[in-house]
Design a protein. Structure first.
Length: 566
């Protein structure tokens, strides 16, 4: 196999934690600088190096780094501050005599003696995720590799083995390496009994290494989310703690479908994995092959539509937000439906579609917002897809985990959004799942259908309630649930209203709402009322995410008189 690997980025970090001051576990900082410099001589691989300005200059004095190396300057104090609530809790454990005196070696160890040791090693997965978001090299696979790894794994092993990993794991798995471990009451300072309490009865018998791990870009956000939630939950209540390897060791036991764990020797040395790779004898001790995500990719087909009118710049913003989300872009059949009346706008829209590899459909005339929506419903049914999502050209998918929340405190970014919405729809047997709790004109806490149902229906289900936009009934949620222990939270309800905002539709939901009684002149308000009537008859089952990952961004305007519904 060719050693050159443009689809792989290796991520590492190098910081002077003052380890040279330790008596029993001391190392000079030059140990890490020399090993990092040697690692960066692998010119056939792309590297992202998180470090401070001083270390960057030290490395550049020793070697000439090429275009395959990107340094991300970040002070160690900044890494601490990024998750200070978690690390402050760990700091209280680290300085607790009861914790560090449980073993003689522990009191002398780097994790007990050095304030920034645990914050750094516990941030490895966060930094890997940052690299995936930034994706300097447009890579498909990302692997963390310790800056000092050459002390036990030579570059020859790495050169021969790294490319083989992408053949070993597919694009829906995350790889850890683990060694068998017989605990003497604790693992890396974490009391064994308490660590096992997080595994649902699956005792920790193997410890996952922190020196090398990673996977395809499509799963890294999900892993990062699971890791963060677990780390946050554990540190919130724990009086004992260990290193990142303790948390890594729990992850595969809590979600086997997402992880593959390859066994290495009892000494924990990583070189064995690369040797086993060459000899095609890697042994997996945890992890399942095949899950709903693979079924969605291989056996289920999702269409994604963007309806646009006279605003190429608006279309570009939405289309690129889809393009930048690997899951949405790579697992959907993509369509741009062009309502534009101006040939120049249509030409620009087609150029965007061609560049981003969207299917382009120019409607023969302006069907209007709801006329275009009806066209999408019919096209989806005719083409035989299993699911679809509909966007208008001012609805942009939020990409970066910036911590923003909507007015209810629900997150405006969701890791692993694409596959989770499919999982929720399938698991709950829904006709449709709304992707935003908060929309531009309203939110799903209230029943906006109330304004669009007949007087007879309104009096039947809402007696004595006056028809008024300030008097909307509260939504009747029947279930609040989470997709797995650390997945998306969502709500089911008897009266979650329909709107033209992005919704994941099934075949059945699409047929009931748009096709069984096709409107000659379609209106959103009529669909909203019809949906409510179907819900009251128990013929439409719906849900909504307790998240708002779609932003309303209208920056380019056309004349209001040009807008039409159908």
């Amino acid at each position: 196999m060719n050693a050159q690997s443009p689809n792989i980025t290796l991520v590492t970090a190098c910081y002077d934690l003052q380890r040279d001051q330790l008596k029993d576990f001391g190392r000079p900082y030059s140990f890490y600088i020399d090993n990092l410099c040697n690692l960066l001589t692998l010119k056939d691989y792309n590297f992202v190096v998180f470090t401070d300005k001083k270390t960057k200059e030290l490395v550049k004095e020793k070697i000439n780094t090429g275009k395959n190396v990107v340094f991300v300057e970040k002070e160690i104090e900044t890494i601490y501050k990024n998750n200070c609530e978690i690390f402050d809790r760990i700091e209280k454990i680290r300085t607790n005599k009861e914790w560090y005196n449980q073993k003689d070696w522990l009191a002398k160890s780097p994790q007990a003696q050095l304030k920034y040791y645990n914050p750094l090693v516990l941030s490895k997965l966060f930094l890997l995720h940052d690299s995936k978001i930034l994706n300097f090299f447009n890579s498909d696979f990302f692997f963390w590799i310790d800056s000092g790894i050459n002390s036990t794994v030579s570059n020859d092993y790495l050169i021969n083995g790294i490319n083989l990993i992408t053949d070993l794991i597919n694009d829906n798995k995350f790889l850890f390496l683990a060694f068998p471990y017989e605990a003497d009451g604790e693992i890396h300072g974490f009391k064994k009994e308490e660590l096992d309490s997080y595994t649902d009865g699956d005792e920790v018998t193997h410890v996952c290494r922190g020196g090398f791990f990673g996977g395809h870009k499509s799963v890294i956000s999900k892993v990062n989310s699971e890791y963060y939630d677990l780390l946050n939950n554990i540190t919130f209540e724990a009086k004992t703690f260990g290193t990142e390897e303790c948390i890594f060791s729990l992850l595969p036991r809590l979600n086997e479908d997402l992880y593959l764990v390859a066994e290495i020797g009892e000494d924990g040395l990583i070189y064995k994995f690369f040797k086993d790779l060459e000899e095609d004898r890697v042994n997996f001790v945890m992890g399942k092959r095949g899950d709903l995500r693979q079924i969605i990719k291989k056996d289920k087909k999702t269409a994604l539509y963007i309806l646009t009118f006279n605003c190429p710049q608006q279309l570009k913003a939405v289309a690129y937000s889809i393009f930048e989300n690997d899951d949405f872009y790579n697992n959907s059949e993509l369509f741009i439906i062009d309502n534009s009346e101006d040939d120049n706008y249509s030409k620009q829209n087609k150029e965007i579609a061609d560049k981003l590899k969207f299917n382009y459909i120019k409607l023969p005339h302006n069907y209007g917002v709801c006329g275009g929506r009806q066209f999408v419903a019919e096209h989806f049914d005719r083409e035989g897809f299993d699911y679809y999502i509909f966007f208008e050209d001012d609805m942009v998918l939020n990409l970066l985990p910036n911590g923003e929340v909507d007015k209810f405190g629900f997150p405006k970014h969701c890791d692993d959004l694409y596959f989770q919405i499919h999982e929720i729809l399938e698991k709950e047997g829904l006709d449709f799942l709304k992707l935003n709790f908060t929309e531009f004109y309203g939110d799903c806490s209230k029943g906006w259908h109330f304004l669009n149902i007949s007087k007879e229906i309104r009096e039947k289900y809402y007696p004595n309630r006056k028809k008024n936009v300030n008097n909307l009934p509260p939504t009747k949620f029947t279930k609040i649930a989470k997709n797995g222990e650390f997945g998306l939270t969502y709500a089911l309800g008897d009266d979650i209203f329909y709107s033209n905002w992005p919704i994941l539709f099934s075949k059945s939901g699409n047929k009931k709402l748009f096709l069984d009684k096709k409107l000659e002149k379609p209106y959103e308000q009529i669909w909203m009322g019809r949906n409510f009537e179907l819900q009251m008859k128990k013929e439409m089952k719906s849900g909504v995410l307790l998240s708002s990952p779609i932003n309303h961004e209208r920056n380019i305007f056309y004349e209001g008189k040009l807008r039409r519904e159908n």
